[in-house]
Design a binder for this molecule. Sequence first.
Ligand code: SF4
Ligand code: SF4
Length: 339
Amino acid sequence: MSDSFKSISLVNAEGKSLGLSNEEVLSLRLNQWKGWKCSAGVENIFITADGNIYSATCRVGGWLGNVYDQGFKLPEKWLTCTKEWCMCGQDMQLRKVREESFLPLVHQEPPAANVNKMEDADAVMPFHFKSFQEFPKFVTWDLGRRCNFSCNYCNESISNNYEAHKSWGSLKHAAENILKSFVKGDKARWIFTGGEPTINPDFMKLVSYLSEGGHNLHTQTNGSRSPEYHRELIRHSSIGVSLHLKFMSEEKVLRLAEAIIDEQVNHKKASQYWFGVRVMVPPGHFDKALSIKKALQKVKGFDEFGHIFMSPLYANELDRVGQMVKYDEKEYEQIIENA
Ligand code: SF4
Ligand code: SF4
């Protein structure tokens, strides 16, 4: 696996180091850090669609405040993990140590990966440490539940088609609150999700405001806005398109990719951002997903700037949340080979 897919370094006091992707950590079941000291809440916050602040998506440490209030105060000390499993990719990458005496391990660049397996890690840290030093704070912000698609595998607690958009006044107030009380003069990585963040009429204002402040942004979108909208967005933010086959045609995603990549080829700022498409593949749709993958790979410049992945779906029904939809065994393997 190329280093660009690795996101987590496991290190131990003997100077051993292992670099892994999120998926590898999950599949090797190395994501168990109950009782460890974790930087969630100090170096990372997760903000729900209602503006409630938690240390991370795991919500360890409980409610910390609301970004739309006058202000909030966050913990200054690392918390103790109480979860059996750390499940979210962003949460897994946060710095954490088996006990406080191992803190010096995560204050310096990890040794170059020098082992192929490790069961006695004493610390976990971002694999791309220089980039972490440049952007040492993480903000994951669910901007709202409003979405213009209605995927049948999406839970109603995540999206709806009626919630009011947050106004520019509310968004700017919230961003300033976060900058003052959490980012505190550092530079942060911001991940915007929803619902669908780009359908907020003031989303572009928000990303322009933050990117002009030197922050690093990532927008997770369903790609429904126009090619020209995405051309502008890639000047401020990385773009991850989740491609929902019922609502997005091959033709539309090709026009989108052409506009984004053309901007990346011709403008240095856009070229520094990441662009990827993840095809959400319902049972029986692998051939369609493969046809889109092949068509995208033919877009001029895609080999340099584009990334394409596939994902199986998870069930929506409340009693089966988190469980994979049933696939024919061969089709499931084909999707995973392209994941
Ligand atoms: S679940 Fe993960 S992010 Fe949350 S406290 Fe535990 S180790 Fe930290
Ligand atoms: S596009 Fe995303 S947020 Fe919207 S309904 Fe589909 S899965 Fe849910």
